[in-house]
Design a protein around this ligand. Sequence first.
Ligand code: HAM
Length: 419
Amino acid sequence: MSIKTPRGTQDVLPIDVYKWHYIENIVREVADNYGFQEIRTPVFEHTELFIRGIGDTTDVVEKEMYTFEDRSGRSITLKPEGTAPVVRSVIEHKLYAEPQPTKLYYLIPVFRYEKPQAGRYREHHQFGVEVFGASNPSVDAEVIHMAMMIYKTMGIKKLELRINNIGCPTCRKTYHEALKKYLSARLGNLCTTCQSRFDRNPMRIIDCKSDSCQEQLQEVPLMIDYICEECDEHFEGLKSHLEAAKIPYIIDPRIVRGLDYYTKTAFEIITDEAGKKGTLCGGGRYDKLVEDCGGPSTPGVGFGMGLERAILSLETQGIDIPEPEGFDVFIVTMGDKAKLRGFRLLNELRELGIKADQDHISRSIKAQFKYANKKKATYTIVIGDDELNKGMVTLKNMEMGEQEEISIENIIQVLKEKC
Ligand code: HAM
């Protein structure tokens, strides 16, 4: 039996990898343009970090983490998201003591034991950003603007920005009372997971994926109607900044997000593809997270965007992703002496930054040309033992079919001018 990729994971084959390079280049360029620096954290962390950071009543922590004991019996978890590890690193390396705000980005694999389907995997990849040390709503608007700019640069259209205000611990107290009052009358009709969350984290229930629970939630009180003055001011500030930046938005009071650390702003960017709403990007503010993870009180805001979903959108919307160019030159050789001379030339060309290759598996001349064509070589240089004795090679323009004899001494100069 041959071994296959584990369920919910996928290989990126050479034929497709240019799509990844395309989007990775865009996110890095935009991040640089917005003043963000890359941070790299380990693929796995102590499990405790995610329990504390994400919250023990979330689906991610309760059902989806890849957790195991290492050989020393420590509980280790593969990153189920990118924010908590960055927060851990900011605290560990005291990045909060540097001139604020600290603006960080990352490109990471993320592991969640979810039910795989189109656009939902057990290993997916995220581009994420986190800004620390700035509580002004202009920063929330800045990260949203950045996400929209990334999609615009990629060419993805039909986007919808949905925002919500999910309050802070102060206003949540009053809200929880109203929410529990509403839910207690319907508790028997909720799924067992929701029942278990009723006392510990009732807001989680709003995010339940079960249809029967959602039916019970049609009239549920919403956080946005209970927010305190400070949260309200922040939301007004966010809206004015989005308007100033001409970013259309929809207020969606039902967004609660699947992770517990959010305060005030929560947002999602979705696209309506094939009739099915897909969340491309999600984020928000988390002003208590650094403190909850053992650091000094430091506000934070950020987002994570799924890269597989971005590629799916590019494909569904039929957006042309520039395909990589072929070789500048392929050296076709006949005979051992010619092959050796070709190898010298090959390396001289590569040193000049000319993209070149040569046959390594003793193909016939015809097969070498066929291969050069397949690899989209612009030129071929033909070197035969006989020509070599005369000090000549043949340069062929593969697209036009034209060819000319050139002295081997001059070939590099000629190609330098052409490539
Ligand atoms: P999230 O909403 O859980 O947020 O994930 C962010 C994005 O990752 C989603 O919008 C989606 O595009 C993609 N994604 C999530 N799960 C999967 C999956 N199973 N398969 C494919 N793509 C997926 C976070 O992870 C937060 N850390 C974002 C954040 C950063 N908030 C503040 N800073």
